[in-house]
Design a protein around this ligand. Structure first.
Ligand code: PMP
Length: 420
């Protein structure tokens, strides 16, 4: 494969760019789970915009709605003014997502990105409780603005702030100290012991599966214990579903079926349906204590985002969608198991939940080598974890079964190449 030149980017774009260093080509076209570069090379996308493309690239039904809306001169930008597009989205979100799950949240539009959602969740928790501290977890990733970065574990990203990141306390996530230690015990002790030095927090913020932090999966029992501790100490529970929401774990919200019901939920990435920037903060009505205009932003009213988001929700109105997902999840797990079983000499194990699965390598560089080999062979997949030790598979949820098999075969071939 001949890669396209990145000369223009090297010359004109900031050094801060990252993914393009691993995927060295110029991408041009994309349809569902396939992407083509300017040289005509085809790739199967197991990255899916870091979770922003759960419904695939250029989803035809969503595209139709967007084109129709534009041809009808629908309002595109409106700050947070009331529009037909927003009304349609709000009604559909309530009817198709919240009501069937027995959930009652006010919907806040905090700005275009996941970071904005987290930032608003932290702010409203502090306002409601009058407390400053936030409890967050090792290897968490919540965003790049100072408030959300303060709740993010990654040392490299934190250093980039260049200032202190105060008012957060890190606790060990489920499994952080090995299988035998229930880290909820530590949280319980630290919250109840007046000598622990931990200020009573406004909120606990967590991901049910840590996407950037290495596909660490919290057990449902741990999540329930954390929620019980929040209730006991009158602390708000925030679930950051920016990456795991919108079906990534197999259900619309990642906390469905776990037995917890957060006070605040952060959603972004795939809620925009078509890769369009949109974020939601879901707030239990009693905690929606914002004053009008207290948290604003120019791009709270991305109407194309509302149009795409409303249409994307139709997947959750179909009975078959979740059962089809279950089949795809089984295929991915089976392929990974087979790959590792064939090479017991390789120190690696499978991690993940639902449509986000990965291989964690004892030798971290193997994950990068797998990603590089897969790219050479025609699959885009990223790495995650504190040492980038996990090769991460997260295709669009809408990936065709045959393309999924094709992609898994390429990953298997690439795995064979790197462990030879
Ligand atoms: N929270 C989580 C769990 C995330 O995975 C991310 C992005 N990777 C964010 C927040 C930040 O979202 P954004 O990049 O849209 O600001």
């Amino acid at each position: 494969k001949e890669a396209a030149s990145l000369h223009v980017f090297d010359k004109l774009e900031s050094e801060v760019r990252s993914y393009c260093r691993n995927f060295q080509t110029v991408f041009d076209k994309a349809r569902n789970a396939k992407v083509w570069d300017v040289k005509g090379n085809e790739y199967i996308d197991f990255f899916a915009g870091a979770g922003a493309l759960n419904y695939g690239h250029n989803n035809p039904a969503i595209r139709h709605k967007l084109i129709d809306y534009m041809l009808e001169d629908g309002v595109t930008h409106s700050l947070d003014m009331a529009t037909r597009a927003k009304e349609t989205f709000l009604m559909r979100f309530d009817r198709s997502i919240l009501k069937p799950r027995g959930l009652n949240y006010k919907v806040m539009f905090p700005g275009p990105t996941g970071t904005n959602s987290v930032e608003s969740a932290l702010k409203i928790s502090r306002k409601v409780t009058g407390r400053k501290n936030i409890i967050c977890f090792t290897n968490a990733f919540h965003g790049m603005s100072l408030g959300s970065l303060a709740a993010t574990g990654n040392a490299f990203k934190r250093k980039g702030a260049g200032v202190d990141l105060p008012n957060t306390t890190f606790m060990p996530y489920d499994g952080y100290l090995g299988e035998r230690i229930d880290t909820a015990d530590i949280l319980a002790k630290m919250l109840s012991d007046p000598g622990s030095g931990v200020d009573l927090p406004a909120a606990v913020i967590l991901e049910t599966v840590q996407g950037e932090g290495g596909l660490n999966v919290a057990s449902f029992a741990w999540l329930r214990r954390v929620q019980a501790l929040c209730r006991k100490h009158d602390i708000l529970l925030i679930v950051d579903d920016v990456q795991m929401g919108c079906g990534r774990t197999g259900t619309f919200f990642s906390f469905e079926g776990t037995g917890i019901q957060p006070d605040i939920v952060c959603l972004s990435k795939s809620i925009g349906g078509y890769g369009l920037p949109l974020a939601l903060t879901l707030i239990k009505p009693e905690y929606d204590q914002w004053l009008p205009g207290e948290h604003n932003g120019t791009f709270r009213g991305n109407n194309l985002g509302f149009v795409a988001a409303a249409e994307a929700l139709s997947y959750w109105e179909k009975d078959t969608f979740q059962s089809e997902l279950a089949g795809k999840i089984r295929s991915i797990r089976a392929a990974l198991k087979e790959m590792l079983r064939a090479h017991p000499e390789v120190d690696a194990h499978i991690k993940g939940r639902g449509m986000i699965q990965g291989i964690s390598f004892g030798q971290p560089e193997l994950a990068a080598r797998l990603s590089a080999a897969a790219f050479k062979n025609g699959v885009i997949m990223e790495t995650s974890g504190p040492n980038d030790e996990v090769a991460k598979l997260m295709p669009p949820l809408t990936i065709e079964a045959s393309v999924l098999e094709q992609g898994l075969a390429i990953i298997k071939k690439s795995f064979e190449e790197i462990v030879q």
